[in-house]
Write a protein that binds this ligand. Structure first.
Ligand code: R5P
Length: 293
């Protein structure tokens, strides 16, 4: 097995390789002045099981093209198998045609990955695991919620109430509660498909006087999390922490969430940021060592 850390996941790729004691094939890359990507493998991949590590957080279009080029290059150079580790999988929120005439974007991405020779995808807390699994490529959707919860426990937050955003994401709160043990619940969210406006409403739990950790898969503009934090603060929570797997953090999202009353924001290195305090490298290394390639 060889690890190929893509331009977007250099550090994470190295960490995974270290944990697996696997050889790294460095990637020489640059952006031409017109922003086209140049990719070259500085090592042999022939007859090897190639693991490409490339997240697709913004600039997602550039990173996706790099991922396709990396995979296709591994195929051309004779790799025996190609696994794409895509910690943050872009476009999974467009997992169906919500309005007539809309593109089914995630289908396009999966089709291109398959064409480029990818046979297995490993991703983390994908927004649409069920949809991803409906294509030909084998998909392993891992959860980093346990790692986040362990991080909070180590920091002395055991006993905190774990809340998740959106009814469908209740498993996140349940998983966190298995580590934190302070109970769980969920907040309902609803997004207007045309204006993008999000409404957050409370579920059947008591936050008054509690330390609360709100878990979401993605913090993008921060609008959803900011509304959730504000609501829980208004319920009388003592402390509110915003946790996410993918800290996309567009624009002033961090400030927005802190201003709404969050004491802290924590994410993972699925997306590299100043708030990515939790590494998913052990999770990915374990998935690669258990099932192989
Ligand atoms: C929505 O379905 C996701 O789980 C997140 O809640 C959402 O993507 C967050 O987006 P934003 O930070 O822009 O409100």
């Amino acid at each position: 097995m060889i690890i190929i850390p893509g331009p977007a996941s250099q550090e994470l790729g190295q960490k995974i390789a270290q944990l697996l004691e696997a050889r790294v094939v460095p990637v020489e890359f640059k952006l031409f002045p017109d922003k086209e990507s140049y990719i070259r493998f500085d090592g042999d991949v022939e007859n090897k099981d190639a693991i490409i590590v490339q997240t697709t957080s913004p600039p997602q279009n550039e990173r996706l093209i790099q991922l396709f080029i990396l995979a296709d290059n591994a195929k051309d150079q004779g790799a025996r198998s190609i696994t794409a580790v895509i910690p943050y999988f872009a476009y999974t929120r467009q997992d169906k045609r919500f309005r007539p005439g809309e593109a089914f974007s995630v289908k396009t991405i999966m089709t291109l990955l398959e064409t480029c020779g990818v046979r297995r995808v490993i991703t983390v807390n994908s927004h649409s695991p069920k949809i991803l699994r409906s294509f030909k490529i084998h998909v392993d959707d891992l959860s980093a919620v346990g790692l986040l919860a362990e991080y909070f426990k180590d920091k002395g937050h055991d006993g905190a109430l774990a809340l998740s955003l959106g009814k469908k994401a209740i498993e996140m709160a349940v998983e966190a509660d298995e580590v934190l043990g302070g109970g769980y619940g969920c907040l309902s969210t609803q997004r207007d498909r045309i204006t993008g406006k999000v409404t957050v409403s409370k579920g059947s739990f008591q936050a008054k006087g509690c330390e609360v950790i709100i878990f979401d898969d993605i913090i993008s503009s921060g609008g959803t999390m900011a509304k959730a934090v504000k609501l829980i603060k208004a319920e009388g929570a003592n402390k509110v922490i915003a946790a996410c797997v993918h800290p996309i953090l567009v624009g002033n999202s961090e400030e927005r969430i802190l201003k709404s009353g969050a004491d802290e924001i924590v994410g993972t290195d699925c997306v590299s940021s100043s708030l990515s305090n939790v590494s998913v490298a052990p999770l990915i290394a374990k998935a690669l060592s258990i099932r192989g390639v």
